[in-house]
Ligand binder design. Structure first.
Ligand code: GA4
Length: 339
C-alpha cells in the first residue's frame, strides 16, 4: 500500500514581533498595566503622545547637527570623553570601538554650562536647549517610573522616581552621531580589510557594521530619541537581533541594569546595539536616568518573597558604575552582583 506523504506545510518564516508601542494618553490604570507588561516581557518599549514638545526636541537636534558638522579638529576641542565630552570611535576605557562620534554630558545645569563653552560658539543657546530637553525627559522618566511603581502595586509611588529627582542624581545625556557610510573614510583599514577580530563587524553578518556594540544600559531607565534613520536593534531571548522601527515622534524607553536589580529580575535590561549600515546619518539622543552615587540599589522588599528570594546583593550606584567602567561594553556586569 502506498501511503501518500503529507503535503509539506507552508511555514511562514518566523519573524520576531516588534516591541510594544504605548500610547501615553490612555487611561492611567491601563497604562500602568501595559508598562509593567512591556518591562517584563521586552525590557524596552516605545511611547507615543508623550507630551514632550517638538520645539524642545528640535532645538537640541539642531545643536547636535551643528556640532557634528564641524571639522574634526574643532570637535576634538570638546574631547576626549573621559568619560564626559566629545568622543570618536572609542567607547569607554577598555578598547571598545564603534562607528560613531558622540558627546556625553553630566545631566546637571552647572556642568552643561561649563562644557558648552568647548562645544558651541553660542554656549548659552546650547546649554539652554540641552537643559530644557533634560528637564522634559526627566519628567517623562519620572511619570513612567511612578506608573511602573503603581503597576507593581507598590505603596510608595515615588520609590523609583525619587532616585532620579535627587539633586545629586548621576544621570547623563548623550548625543550619538552615526555618519552615513558613504562618508566613512576609504582609508579606514577595518572597512577595506575586515579581520575576524574586528569589533566593527557582526561576525555572523559580515556586512553589518557596528555603530555601538551590544550592551545593556547600567542605569535605571534610558529615554532614547532618534531621527528617522534606522539602526537600533534589540537582542531577543532566542538570540535574534530585532530592529526597532525608528520614529522621531516617539521615545524608546529601556530598562537599565539598576532597575532589573530593584525589580528583583522581574524587569529585564535588554541588550541592544546600533548598526551603521545606512546611507543616511543617524543621530540619537539618550537621557540615562541614574541614582545618586551613594544611593543603595537592592531588590525592593515588595519584589522579594520565599518564592522569589533576593537575586542581587545591595550595592551603591558608585560601586556599580565603577564596575561598569572597569569592564568591556558587552560584559554582563549585573551577574557579578548576584546572590
Ligand atoms: C552604556 C550606556 C551609556 O551610553 C554609557 C556608556 C559608557 C560610555 O560610553 O562611556 C560605557 C557603557 C555605557 C557601559 C560599560 C562602560 C561604560 C562604556 C563602557 C565600556 C554612557 C553608560 O553609562 O554606560
Amino acid at each position: 500500500m502506498v501511503v501518500a506523504s503529507p503535503a509539506p506545510l507552508r511555514t511562514k518564516k518566523a519573524r520576531p514581533a516588534g516591541i510594544p508601542v504605548i500610547d501615553l494618553s490612555l487611561e492611567r490604570s491601563k497604562l500602568c498595566e501595559l508598562l509593567v507588561k512591556a518591562c517584563q516581557e521586552f525590557g524596552v518599549f516605545q511611547v507615543e503622545n508623550h507630551g514632550v514638545s517638538r520645539e524642545i526636541i528640535s532645538r537640541v537636534e539642531r545643536q547636535g547637527q551643528e556640532f557634528f558638522s564641524k571639522p574634526a579638529c574643532q570637535k576634538q576641542r570638546a574631547g576626549p570623553a573621559a568619560p564626559f565630552g566629545y568622543g570618536s570611535k572609542n567607547i569607554g576605557f577598555n578598547g571598545d570601538k564603534g562607528e560613531l562620534e558622540y558627546i556625553i554630558l553630566e545631566a546637571n545645569p552647572h556642568s552643561i554650562s561649563e562644557r558648552s563653552k568647548s562645544i558651541s560658539p553660542h554656549p548659552a543657546n546650547f546649554s539652554c536647549a540641552v537643559n530644557d530637553y533634560i528637564d522634559a525627559v526627566r519628567n517623562l522618566a519620572c511619570d513612567i517610573l511612578e506608573m511602573l511603581a503603581q503597576g507593581l502595586w507598590v505603596q510608595d509611588k515615588s520609590i523609583f522616581s525619587n532616585l532620579i529627582r535627587d539633586p545629586n542624581s548621576d544621570s547623563c545625556f548623550r548625543i550619538n552621531h552615526y555618519p552615513s557610510l558613504l562618508n566613512v573614510a576609504h582609508h579606514d583599514d577595518d572597512w577595506i580589510n575586515p579581520t575576524p577580530s574586528s569589533q566593527l563587524f557582526d561576525h555572523n553578518h559580515p556586512k553589518t557594521r557596528i555603530g555601538f556594540g551590544e550592551h545593556s544600559d547600567p542605569q535605571i531607565l534610558t529615554i532614547l530619541r532618534s531621527n528617522n534613520v534606522g539602526g537600533l536593534q534589540i537582542l531577543s531571548p532566542d538570540g535574534l537581533w530585532v530592529p526597532i522601527q525608528p520614529d522621531s515622534d516617539k521615545f524608546c524607553v529601556f530598562v537599565g541594569d539598576a532597575f532589573q536589580a530593584m525589580s528583583n529580575g522581574r524587569f529585564m535590561s535588554v541588550r541592544h546595539r546600533a548598526v551603521a549600515n545606512s546611507v543616511k546619518a543617524r543621530m540619537s539622543m539618550m537621557y540615562f536616568a541614574a541614582p545618586a552615587p551613594n544611593a543603595s540599589i537592592s531588590p525592593i522588599p515588595q519584589m522579594v518573597s520565599c518564592e522569589n528570594p533576593s537575586l542581587y546583593r545591595p550595592f551603591t550606584w558608585a560601586e556599580y558604575k565603577a564596575t561598569a567602567y572597569s569592564l568591556r561594553l558587552a560584559d554582563n556586569r549585573l551577574d557579578l552582583f548576584r546572590n
